[in-house]
Design a protein around this ligand. Structure first.
Ligand code: PLP
Length: 435
């Protein structure tokens, strides 16, 4: 497969942009492959600048649960663009969008739009601190909550992909009030809360961790966090930037029936345009400026193009049975991967839920950051390259999820499974003898 044009563009990009990209994991470093440069996309397929077509399981890292160029979303953007791109003055579509989010997400009574997931988590943390008058934040190792200073501690996504221990440019004062604990370890949370519960403003968690591969919450983990927070007067924040609108119309909180105090949203909510949001109980949200005293603002927040795209997306996701249908496709795909790994004799642990999945190259269960990083990232790199050559685009990192969309047909899934049989055979050949 010829990817010369992409490689040429990447060389040029690397002269002009740090690492040749606008976000680290895209660079392909972890899988030793130059990134594709994409010309266009439709349904589950992306087409690169060399004209190659791939079945895409990244979906822009989560937003495109209805596939690329969904006609309803594209039409909504075009129609909105004809009426102007931004006013900085309220619009009807913001009201419709807020109403939709409040209808769909069970714990949200009031919502504020922002422009990214990072902004949503940063703002939710500020609000939690303002509301409780406390400073400490508890997060979990391997959970990624965007790149805000206070939350970039033992983080997932690019931070785990590149093995970055911490990042220069964040003064230790900025993370002094952040505590990061092992995911799924309620004992560690209880221990901390016994000592310092009165100082904790919030516990923030990905209800399904999807930035260290995919790690499911152990039975009782989320319930336990809910109770601990209520007992300590701390807020429980669900970072549903990935799980929101994906696990169920109302996200992970609806799927597990556990209600956080605040919810962060991103990715799907913008239909592929830059949108984030945070919301929750009215009593808490009314502390946000100008209703309250916790300041947070945005020139382009609630942008009419972005709101129109997001609203079209959310309306489409309210259609009966969509989430069940995608989950079924994912089960079919994961069963295929499991068969392929058995046939090749390559140990792969597959974690999956709804339309999210991850195959870790390890024989052991993956339940937290510590077990995730034991996966063989070099074996994954070979798998990635072989799948790419067979027309399947996976995330260019062992520590990212694959995303199934409504646009993946049975043919696409079958082709993917077929490619996995061949690719895992090659992983087996290239890996050192196991005994
Ligand atoms: C992607 C992600 C973010 C950050 O969102 P951006 O839009 O990239 O800033 C935050 N939290 C989670 C769980 C995410 O997956």
């Amino acid at each position: 497969m010829n990817r010369d044009t992409s490689s040429m563009l990447f060389r040029e990009a690397s002269r002009l942009m740090p690492g040749g990209v606008n976000s680290p994991v895209r660079s392909g470093r972890a899988v030793k492959t130059d990134p594709l440069f994409i010309k266009k996309a439709a349904g589950c397929r992306i087409i690169d600048e060399d004209g190659n077509s791939y079945i895409d399981y990244v979906g822009s890292w989560g937003p495109l649960i209805l596939g690329h160029s969904h006609p309803g979303v594209v039409a909504a953007i075009k129609e909105a663009a004809d009426r102007g791109t931004s006013y900085g003055i309220p619009t009807r579509v913001e009201v419709e969008m807020a109403r939709k989010v409040v209808e769909m997400v069970p714990s949200i009574e009031m919502v504020r739009m922002v422009n990214s997931g990072t902004e949503a988590t940063m703002s939710a943390i500020r609000l939690a601190r303002g509301y409780t008058g406390r400073k400490k934040i508890v997060k979990f190792n391997g959970c990624y909550h965007g790149h805000g200073d206070a939350l970039l501690v033992k983080s997932g996504s690019g931070v785990i992909t590149f093995g970055i221990p911490g990042t220069p440019g964040i003064p230790e004062e900025a993370t002094a009030h952040t505590v990061s604990l092992p995911y799924n370890d309620l004992g560690a949370v209880r221990q901390l809360m016994e000592k310092a519960g009165g100082e904790v403003a919030a516990i923030i968690v990905e209800p399904v961790a999807a930035n260290m591969g995919v790690v499911l919450p152990a039975p009782g983990f989320l319930e336990g966090l809910r109770k601990i927070c209520s007992d300590a007067g701390a807020l429980l924040i669900f970072d549903e930037v990935i799980t929101g609108f994906r696990l169920a119309p109302g996200g992970a909180q609806q799927y597990f029936n556990i209600m956080p105090d605040l919810t962060c949203l991103g990715k799907i909510i913008g239909g592929g345009l830059p949108v984030g949001a945070y919301g929750g109980k009215k009593e808490i949200m009314e502390r946000v400026s100008p209703a309250g005293d916790v300041y947070q603002a945005g020139t382009l927040s609630g942008n009419p193009l972005a709101m129109s795209a997001g609203l079209a997306m959310l309306n489409a996701l309210c259609e009966e049975g969509i989430h069940e249908e995608i989950a079924k496709k994912n089960t079919y795909l994961c069963n295929g991967f499991e068969e392929a790994s058995r046939a090749a004799g390559v140990a792969v642990t597959i974690n999956k839920i709804g339309s999210l999945g991850c195959g870790f190259f390890t024989k052991d269960p993956v339940t937290d950051y510590e077990s995730a990083v034991k996966a063989d990232a070099a074996a994954y790199a070979v798998f990635f390259q072989e799948m790419l050559d067979r027309g399947v685009y996976l995330a260019p990192s062992q520590f990212e999820a694959f995303f199934v969309s409504t646009a993946h047909g049975k043919d696409d899934l079958d082709r993917t499974i077929e490619a996995a049989f061949a690719s895992l055979g090659i992983v087996r050949q290239k890996s050192a003898p196991s005994s």
